[in-house]
Ligand binder design. Sequence first.
Ligand SMILES: *Cc1c(COP(=O)(O)O)cnc(C)c1O
Length: 351
Amino acid sequence: MCGGIIDLRSDTVTRPGNAMREAMAGAAVGDDVYGDDPSVNRLQELAAEVVGTEAALFMPSGTQSNLCALLAHCQRGDEYIVGQTAHTYRYEGGGAAVVGGIQPQPLEFSADGTLDLALVESYLKPEDPHFARTRLLCLENTQYGRVLPLDYLAAARSFVDCHGLALHLDGARIFNASVEQEVPVTEITRHADSVSVCLSKGLGAPVGSVLCGSHSFIEKAHRWRKVLGGGMRQAGVLAAAGIVALTRNVERLADDHVNAVALAAGLRSIDELQVDADAAQTNMVFVGVRRDLLPQLRAELARRGILIGVSGPDRIRLVTHLDVEAADIATAVAAFEEVLRSPPVRRAGRL
Ligand SMILES: *Cc1c(COP(=O)(O)O)cnc(C)c1O
């Protein structure tokens, strides 16, 4: 809870706590466009070490991080294969096509958030001037809160090696995956050529992502970051928050997962709600509700200080994070019960 509000819309809503603000206030800084910012340099070294890559680059956002990755992997006229509902394809303004002349080949995700490799294979384009050149497979982990199985990632690695493709992992919530699977994050990232990690989601930093990969890859991404206007100056005040996020806020993601399980369990007892069967693998719970009930449900919950996300006309998305405590879960479930059992919502539903 923060300011009397229980905000379940996203894990991006977290506010920096005291330790993070103190680190930001005390950060040593320099001009990062000259490579002079010690805090940015430290964050980048730390991220590369933790994620298990040669190098890393501090980015203003996950969107810019993914875009720089796509631009570094692909040329104009190349193609990347991606999920229909993947962030890079659906929620980033089509940046790869807009800026890079990179064609997306979107495919349906399987129910577990993977892309079926036989399906991917059937969409690889032959070397022929009729076609874009397929260069890259892009996966997302977690995908709508679902954790990609480790054996799938190994199979995807063999697949891209076999077909001469690169593999980019949009790991906005990669630490949720590693905490859930109880493996070092490197067990996940070792299969990818590049990984984008959000510091500003469950890890609680106010701003920023890190893009991780080989030296030569990061060199190309660095150039694109400048082109896109992402060269920041005394960015150490932000990087300092990222260092706290990576060193102090990873293990506690397990609490968010426990809270999500409790939330899913509580909402399952409410007849008007259909909680997804595999809900709450990590920190997200998706819930179906009749579309005629949803607008008023959302408004009535907001009146009670509970903010919910919407992921379609008849679907709710609830996300746990470091500003949601265990006690808030019971409060939220009670509010859902109260609203859905009160006459005005039922009447509206019959209209
Ligand atoms: C949030 C998110 C991003 C982009 O991050 P921003 O910092 O919001 O630009 C990319 N991929 C996934 C899966 C995300 O959830």
